[in-house]
Write a protein of this length. Structure first.
Length: 147
């Protein structure tokens, strides 16, 4: 199912963890609407700017998958409002700089451990417009600081 010019639903629902657990990821209409808004309002304009494919590494997560990966129980991935992604050949920090310059309607944009970008968008309600960096302390605790 096509969500936008550049993205298919399958890109946001593919999950190795779900496959290993024997789960079929079946998002609800509300979740599909949220994913569509994220794709159309944030990811498509970014793809236009970068002129390179955006590879979704984590999109919608059913509760069982989120729990299995020890995700935040309040994660926007659970509502289809978030995606983690990379762009081959462009450092995540550079991708985020482009996102800021484009003034995309992000709720949160997080440079996660210097390795990938987490972005969220709310279909309804105001966007927080937060840009953060996630780093893991030696104790294992994740710290978020403004970017």
């Amino acid at each position: 199912m096509r969500l936008s010019r550049f993205f298919e639903l399958d890109e946001f629902t593919a999950s190795q963890v779900a496959t290993r657990m024997g789960l079929v990821v079946m998002p609800t209409r509300t979740i599909i609407d949220n994913l569509t808004a994220l794709a159309v309002r944030v990811l498509d304009p970014l793809r236009d700017k970068l002129q390179r494919p955006i590879i979704i590494t984590s999109g919608y997560r059913p509760p069982e998958v989120n729990e299995a990966i020890r995700g935040n129980p309040r994660s926007q991935h659970l509502r289809g409002e978030a995606a983690d992604f990379v762009v081959r050949g462009i450092a995540p920090a550079v991708v985020i700089a482009h996102m800021r310059k484009l003034e995309l309607p992000v709720d949160q944009c997080i440079l996660e451990f210097g390795q990938w970008v987490h972005v969220s968008h709310r279909l309804h309600g105001p966007q927080r417009g937060e840009y953060l960096q996630a780093e893991r302390a030696p104790t294992g605790v994740v710290h978020y600081t403004p970017l």
